[in-house]
Design a protein around this ligand. Sequence first.
Ligand code: FAD
Length: 469
Amino acid sequence: VVERVVVVGADAAGMSAAHQALRVARAHGRVLEVVVVERYTHTSYSACGIPYWMAGDVDSADRLVARTADQHRALGVDLRLLTSAVALELDARTVTVQGPGGGTEQLGFDQLVLATGARPRTPAWALAGDGGWVPGVRAVKTLDDGAAWVAAVTGRSAPGGRRPERAVVVGGGYIGIETAEAFVRRGLETTLVTRREVMSTLDPDMGARVRQGMTAGGVRVVCSEEVDGLDLRRDGTVAAVRSAGDAFPADVVALGLGVEPATGLAAGAGLPLGAFGGLLPDDRQRVADGVWAAGDCCESVERLQGLRVYVPLGTHANKQGRVAGENLAGGEARFGGVLGTAVTQFVAGGVHLEVGRTGPTTEQATAGGGEVVALVTESTTASGYMPQAAPIAVKVLARPDGRLVGVQIVGGPGSAKRIDTAAAAMWFHAGVADLAGMDLSYAPPFSPVWDPVQIACRRLADRLADRPG
Ligand SMILES: Cc1cc2nc3c(=O)[nH]c(=O)nc-3n(C[C@H](O)[C@H](O)[C@H](O)COP(=O)(O)OP(=O)(O)OC[C@H]3O[C@@H](n4cnc5c(N)ncnc54)[C@H](O)[C@@H]3O)c2cc1C
């Protein structure tokens, strides 16, 4: 018997599910026909690499594609590009797809994987009358966005090859920061406008360190400003970004306002959605009988508290897709939840700043009324006498009983990935004293004798031990 699996979406989550399903089915002696439908033309690409393509580190879109359509087909996937899933009938077990010619077809399935991803938040002011982008304005999301940005910053898309001079980035999250880095490195005069502090996934005092670094690297950072419109030139291209009290001149405007789950297809079929608008898979990535979901279209479960959160990252999309593929093919896999671990950098204008974070911010961790004790510790990334020693600030958040809540890091080269030590400890429910005592490596080029994360945890553990009562 051949069972048909239909996967909607051919990027990180969808293709991880497709290949894991084929691998596991083979091992179980099952025969699967795996059909993947993808609305656009690209498969398995690294959106995460787009800012570095914009900056000039990566020379073509091809380098960001992990597996091409032909490679997927050679591995046994029936991949249909330029094909959208437009309707889903769970009772009939069919998905209606619309192919490149505009005609529709009903595909029956035994199992379905929803891996429809997310779409960038796009305010009405960014769109022209025809529904397309105002010329010069665009999100940073797909490879097509990346290509448009590379053409813009190199002057290839402007009459006479004129390169833009002034860029505004709207949004201060990690995509906004990475895009600002790309613009500065391309020689653009860059302003970043954001509603709160830069990197609002950090506590404001740590976000302020990122802002100071970016400012030193040549970005004009404007916080606490909400962009609410644009000024246009007579030819319809963008001239400035407007907030209530100010205007920021711009030849190009990049939007980094976050994403929301693309769940129209699932909602139309009556599948339940959560508070963030995402699908609600269980820890096997199952959303209904024979229906699985993975990646940015899903909410996740925060590992330590069990709360539903929306953390749309490639690291989760790959793992969740693999779990879905494994389970639908008869295997047994579970997704262990998320901590919100993430890293980014701003490296431009002579500044090298790295950021890492895991766990909730103080604001999030105290929202339910719980107490959090936090401490910022400054040290260096290598032994102080080594030439490569750079400053690093580590903020540790813990409950009064010493349970680790979160860690945030801002520092020079070699800082960001240190967050993984904290994430690994938190994953296994460690406390600050446990992490302070773990067997971590040391040699002068890499670390002080006590790793900066351990110094920070040790200091916080001492402080908690000294607290009265
Ligand atoms: C600029 C940028 C930088 C990033 N950097 C990082 C990073 O450093 N680290 C990290 O972990 N994550 C990063 N991410 C996030 C990461 O790229 C996403 O989490 C990941 O791509 C999600 O994969 P996905 O397969 O769930 O969804 P997507 O990549 O959104 O793919 C969904 C696919 O489904 C298709 N689709 C949707 N609806 C339909 C339909 N009805 N019919 C047919 N096809 C459909 C879409 O066309 C799309 O190809 C970054 C994202 C961006 C944009």
